[in-house]
Write a protein that binds this ligand. Sequence first.
Ligand code: RAM
Length: 891
Amino acid sequence: MTLRITDLKTEYMRNPLGLDERKPRLFWRLESEKRGAAQSAYRVLVASAPEALDREEGDCWDSGKVTGGRSTHIVYEGKPLKSEGRYYWKVRVWDRDGNESDWSETAFWTVGLLSREERRGAWIGRKTEPNVMMQPSPYVRKEFRLRAKPKRATVYATALGLYELHVNGSRIGDWFAPGFTDYDKRVQTQTYDVTGLLAEGANAVGAILGDGWYSGTVGFLGDHVYGERPFFLMQLHLEYEDGSREQVLTDGGWRTAKGPIVYSDLIKGETYDARLELDGWDRPGFDDSGWERPDVRAGYNGLLTAAIEPPIRITQTIEPISVRRTERGTYIYDMGQNMVGWTEVKARGARGAKVTLSHAEMLNPDGSLYLDNLRLAVQQDHYILRGEGEERYEPHFTFHGFRYVELIGYPGEADLTTIVGKVVHSDTPRTGSLTTSDEQVNRLYSNITWGQRGNFLSVPTDCPQRDERLGWTGDAQIFARTASYNMDVSRFFAKFVQDMIDCQQPTGAFTDVAPDAGWIRHKMWNTRLNWFAPDNAGWGDAGVVIPWTLYLMYGDTRILEKNYDAMARWVEYLRVNSTGLVRPDYANYGDWLSIDADTPNEVLATAYFAYSTKLMGRIAGVLGRTADEARYGELFEAIAAAFRGAFVDGEGRIRGETQTVYVLALQFGLLTDELKERAIDRLTADIRAKGNRLSTGFLGVGYLLPALTDSGRLDVAYELLTQEEFPSWLYSIKHGATTIWERWDGWTEHNGFQTPSMNSFNHYSLGSVGEWMFRYMGGIEADPARPGFRHAIVRPRPGGRLTSARARYDSLQGEIAVEWELRPEGRLWLAVQVPAGATADVYVPGESIRVDGAAAAEGASGDGWTLHGRRDNAYVLSVGSGRYVFESELA
Ligand code: RAM
């Protein structure tokens, strides 16, 4: 048996519940000890019961033996799926010699409620308290009797707002459900299997409701953006052994009351009065006679869709590394890491005593919390003690960005065990890792991943601390590739693309934040803001760049198909709103937060117009739309020519003469060969003139090191990477940064803190250099012709002061690992690992190559590998799966 099958997934998830996808896609991985192991055929069986699979009967679908190596995105083509159906599946494969594998383990998925008529629960809420600005969080509950223990019990739940579900005394599910969407258009629903929690006789179900993005504060857009107060909708579907069914639905018969959560707001923090706790409210037998009847909402016009985004979870707890008692009698903790989430505190004290937890990213020079950059956000949680022994508290519907915590009003002596930090974000499993011989570069990589963990919370937010935390599209697109090396963001970004489409303007313009959350309206009202453009270059383009990135990294063609028309409308919008294919010079964000290097808007916008068009051509090609492919290809060439005509002079100078204009022109392919030479000379001259320093903002920074490396200036790329003087990545690290800062000059020796009106210390955009670290330094590159790493291009670029690097990427096929080390006398040692079922082209730089310890000549081949020849001072080999060791001599 040469191949083993592992990691069965449906729609990128392990055994997902409540899908509403009518043709879900199936995934598996292969394992083998043999080099070059690959699948030559597969057979999938899908059945309505596991027993049928045991008999090798696919009563829902039997794919038959299908020839081919594909093991991802296998589209279910069986019987139409039914609401609430359960589908079990397994797969068997054949290797290249025709050997049959064992059947895989059985996996399953369940289907949610597919039709609107099945949504029978009512939206219930609680009327607001008069004359109260910040409203208490409503509790809702229902008690019911079951005639027997059910065979299966499934909850379908959602809220306009946030909900925390409880069943018979247990808290169910994750945090911040149902997530942030444009609630005017859609809300996601979650599905939970609660079979194990229900019993014969009395049972209770309930929820605590939060305002969240629906009715709480959203960024700087104020509160009540979508609605006045939260509403909850739930259906509990029960199935008994005898086949009979029953439902418990939210309706006017439920009960509601306020409880201990005095208020809880994403941006404004929480106050919790433990004296008001409703002991036993989520268990049967609780006396709710004093509770009110809920307020039932008339209806909801938006769509209810099964959750696309991964759940938000606590993924780590962090203990503080130090604590200091201040003169005021408060305690200031250092968590040792700028993190996002909240703190849990334990206390013992008198009834009514109030403990406050205040959170900040930095300290002022006098050691106090630096709160200035929070703007209107209040990162404080207040806990009022009940006065009965040890009490523990953590907040419900709020989160903070912080490294430091001030504990105020603490009864008794606090120490390092008094608080613990909880790291909270969308649970996108880790897929990448990078370590090098250089501690600072390692720290930089760590800061990049912390920036992602801190900001991927339902949507990719710009920052987690101030009153903003919005899904800025420009930030997301420049970081998308880095993000997808670091973590499995397949569904996270698929959801964000949906958010972008939901707020695409009738003109075709993609907005600069998504969900839009009334931002467009806000821009129109607010004279201070109405100079913003509707279609910012590098922001709106996220609508094309992100789907393309998902295709490249995961091989997802459905995301391209599904959104093709929307993407085409964006490119058409750009075309119509340009003159002679040159985009206008009106206000936009430009190369946001560059350092004394303003890139002219029209240059930037025309370059991005070309880039989106180029990607559209490729996307059309992938989808077999050949006429469109040709049309976009021609349009791209014409835009590139217009760009050169309008902005590039005879000496190859590009208008603006910033580093960014050169790197964009190079990376987007806007220049002729001759102009390319000049551009790279001008770019390096500018970097040299600045003392080997960069000046790029959000957009330029992502392409800077790739452009240098692709143009033969790997040396300059490494110099920038390891530059420690301002502005540089390592400058912040030299000054203790544990996350990527919003601005190169967020804090400098010469000026101290930047303006508090915009100074986040946890913004991932400038961390887009992570992409270069994986693709070039580590050398793990995707191949657009065989996307999703069915075929990888492995081309590590040792250089700079680094003497070794190790990069790993857990692709859909399995783990790809590259490890290189410089050994004495200029020798390079390189180990490459390719997962079963995948292949790679490996570029080994240097002279006189050895493969697996033996000298090899061009044209040679061995177990799993063939050495083809030389290109760009490197040996080029093709390899199958397995681990290979190469050695060479670097010049
Ligand atoms: C800032 C945001 C974001 C950026 C926009 C243009 O307010 O933090 O990062 O995309 O401006």
